[in-house]
Ligand binder design. Sequence first.
Ligand SMILES: C[S@@+](CC[C@H](N)C(=O)[O-])C[C@H]1O[C@@H](n2cnc3c(N)ncnc32)[C@H](O)[C@@H]1O
Length: 263
Amino acid sequence: MTSERYLRDVQYRDSSNLAARANLHARYSTAPVPWFRWVARQVTWPCAARVLEVGCGPGWLWEQARADLPDDAVVTLTDLSSGMLREALTRVSPYFRALHGAAVDAGRLPFVDESFDVVLANHMLYHVPDPARAVRELARVLRRSGTLVAATNGPAHMREVDEITADVFGEPEQRKYSDRFGAHNGAAMLDAHFEWVEWRSYHDDLVCTDPDDVLAYVLSYPPGDRADDAAREQLRAAIVARFGASGAMRITRESGAFVCRAA
Ligand SMILES: C[S@@+](CC[C@H](N)C(=O)[O-])C[C@H]1O[C@@H](n2cnc3c(N)ncnc32)[C@H](O)[C@@H]1O
């Protein structure tokens, strides 16, 4: 599994790799409600909610789901990567005046117990070396009856893309990210700290019409990010072959969120 240094200084140094992946979802999603708006709608927002987002990335949630988020929220954005955090604070500051930020590891949160009404940890617990410890931290900083939303993926997520990568590079040595904290195994870690845990699926598949968007996705993370010219050619040919006569490639999306209530 990738190291903390790789995540902080290479993969998530800024939003460029994540943007290549988000672009595929944004352009080719078939879901009726865009992802971040769906996430925001999973919470019943209290007045002047004190909200912590852990692993906030470039802060896209706060811009893209603005219509579904309370204006009066007091927002604390955190990420392991200071580059990501900077970008998030710049993006979110026009919309939320009560805004704070800190570059911190989800496994060691510098906040006192029960200091937030809502905690968000989206598509990030699978990166943390010890997700059970991070879950314990999320529960610690959440007030009684507060809400945690922890989005992740299931094992079938983007399986057609995994098949292409395996064709070109061989079967991966690493486990899939979702094996560490995914739709199928995350509840076991959450049950230990929350009174109520529910998995909610986001129903979506991608119908892609441009092979180069799929190629950009594959090149944004290992092993694709190390591809030389020959491997890139092979990848592109393998992707084009998947498009077939229809001129489109369907990609499975298996995403959703655990919505949890603190005891
Ligand atoms: C896939 S991105 C998700 C970003 C954002 N939550 C979203 O949904 O768009 C994962 C983010 O988690 C951050 N991250 C990875 N490991 C972390 C850790 N141990 N503590 C805090 N953030 C971490 C990365 O820097 C990256 O910004």
